[in-house]
Design a protein around this ligand. Structure first.
Ligand code: SF4
Length: 458
């Protein structure tokens, strides 16, 4: 009963966060950077920040996450971190030889006001960046935004630094996948290849953070979008961006910088959002939906129909990242469940609130940004008494205290595996999600059933 003192009564709070429902911007920036082939993320700040970001990613993906740091000490905190970064860039290329170094700032370097553009220019002028190698950066002040914002910022920087409109349009579309798992990125690519759609997807962490055990350590795994691919995104004829919070800035930049028009879609989680994604691919690329994809859709529909009675009327409370939450709310509502509470620590804005209400009805309590933390989520759960909770590992304390089954979704998930390997997007992803929800519902039913109603067959 770790959180037993959480009061049921809600009080207005303005300047206090208790157990945030988000992590910090650089975590997302580091994750996005790992989706570039042969890229070494670099944290411009103190060693402690970098250790935290690396450990958050390592514990979630169960893979060693490599990153370097400017290692600020008292001197850098007072005089700025230029000298540290210049020396760092020199060392990184000498020792590790990456193709790209992707620098993100931290709270400390943001407060100091280090000008990363100027420092990278200086590194270039001083010959610290070898020929053919690149250093990119993004600003990730963690006193605003969240890991999703950091991911969005780094993805946008890939466009700013790499994408080019060479004047010759290519018959390919860009897919910006949003803050999703490596398994989801692999699934998105599979769907596109099944449909015969030529695409460039970035960032792409599949094969980087869910790779196989080979017995040999590889500093830079085989996966990731190459610099040439991201460069060619400027020549694509269209961009599909999944998830407004994580993907909109990069898509808009591609439009402004390279004149590639874009469409922003919800993350394809669930039947309806996947239908919209597949239909947009079909229309944009001028292809037909193959029987193999229709078959997957049919299987999903079959399970929804067969098991509908178990989902009907079940109340769900959701906490996590905005792009995922709105699609999830829609999918659960389509299953005739009642989504009563949706909370995110990311400052997702009124558009997010509108989207959730559109998906699950006006009665859903939606909270986002400052003060929307795990403490508030717990209070709402206490009042609402949902049948299921959807959230990351930190929600397990609430689930245990309130004796409510938890379906692990979002980031971070430290205490289970599977998210790296099994997608949640697409028809196959929705099927797996259904199976997990159903198992939670049935396990609870079996646990609580009186002997005479303890059924062998569901
Ligand atoms: S919130 Fe700021 S100080 Fe804390 S780990 Fe993140 S970047 Fe570092």
């Amino acid at each position: 009963m770790l959180l037993r003192h959480t009061p049921k009564k809600l009080e207005e709070r303005e300047a206090l966060t208790i157990n945030p429902a988000k992590t910090c911007q650089p975590v997302g920036a580091m994750y996005a950077a790992l989706g570039i082939h042969k890229c070494l993320p670099h944290s411009h700040g103190s060693q402690g920040c970098c250790s935290y970001h690396r450990s958050a990613l390592t514990r979630h993906y169960k893979e060693p996450v490599m990153a370097t740091t400017s290692s600020f000490t008292e001197g850098a905190s007072v005089f700025g971190g230029q000298a540290n970064l210049l020396e760092g860039i020199n060392n990184i290329f000498t020792v590790y030889d990456p193709d790209v170094v992707a620098v993100h700032t931290t709270c400390l370097s943001e407060v100091i006001g280090d000008d990363l553009n100027q420092i990278i220019r200086k590194a270039q002028e001083e010959g610290k960046i070898p020929k053919g190698k690149r250093v990119i950066h993004t600003n990730t002040p963690s006193f605003k935004g969240s890991h999703v914002t950091g991911f969005a910022n780094m993805t946008q920087s890939m466009v700013t630094y790499f994408s080019e409109n060479t004047g010759s349009r290519q018959k390919q579309i860009n897919l910006i996948p949003g803050f999703v798992e490596p398994s989801d990125m692999a699934e998105l690519k599979r769907i596109m290849s099944e449909m015969g759609v030529k695409s460039v997807m970035f960032p792409d962490t599949s094969g980087v953070l869910n790779g196989p055990m080979t017995g040999k350590f590889k500093m830079f795994p085989n996966g990731g979008a190459t610099v040439d691919q991201i460069k060619s995104a400027g020549d694509s004829f269209f961009t599909l961006a999944l998830g407004r919070t994580a993907s909109l800035p990069a898509a808009k930049s591609l439009d402004t910088k390279c004149k590639v028009p874009c469409e922003i879609l919800d993350l394809p989680i669930g039947l309806r959002a996947t239908d919209i994604f597949v239909d947009n691919l079909r229309k944009t690329a001028g292809v037909n939906v193959p029987d193999s994809i229709k078959f997957e859709r049919g299987q999903l529909l079959d399970v929804i129909t067969d098991m509908h009675q178990y989902f009907y009327g079940k109340k769900a409370a959701l906490v996590g990242d905005p792009d995922q939450l709105s699609s999830l709310a829609e999918f659960l509502t389509d299953l005739d469940m009642k989504v009563t509470v949706v909370v995110t620590g990311t400052p997702a804005g009124p558009k997010f609130e509108r989207r959730v209400h559109e998906a699950s009805g006006e009665k859903t309590t939606v909270k986002y940004g400052l003060g929307s933390d795990m403490f508030l989520f717990h209070q709402l759960v206490k009042n609402d008494k949902p049948d299921l909770i959807f959230g990351n590992t930190y929600a397990k304390y609430i689930a245990r205290d309130e004796d409510i089954p938890l379906i692990r979704t979002g980031f971070p998930i430290y205490d289970r595996i599977g998210h790296q390997y099994f997608p949640m997007v697409g028809y196959k992803g929705a099927l797996r999600l259904l199976e997990r929800v159903l198992s939670a519902v049935m396990d609870r039913q079996d646990r609580d059933a009186p002997e005479e109603r303890f059924e062998l067959v569901m």
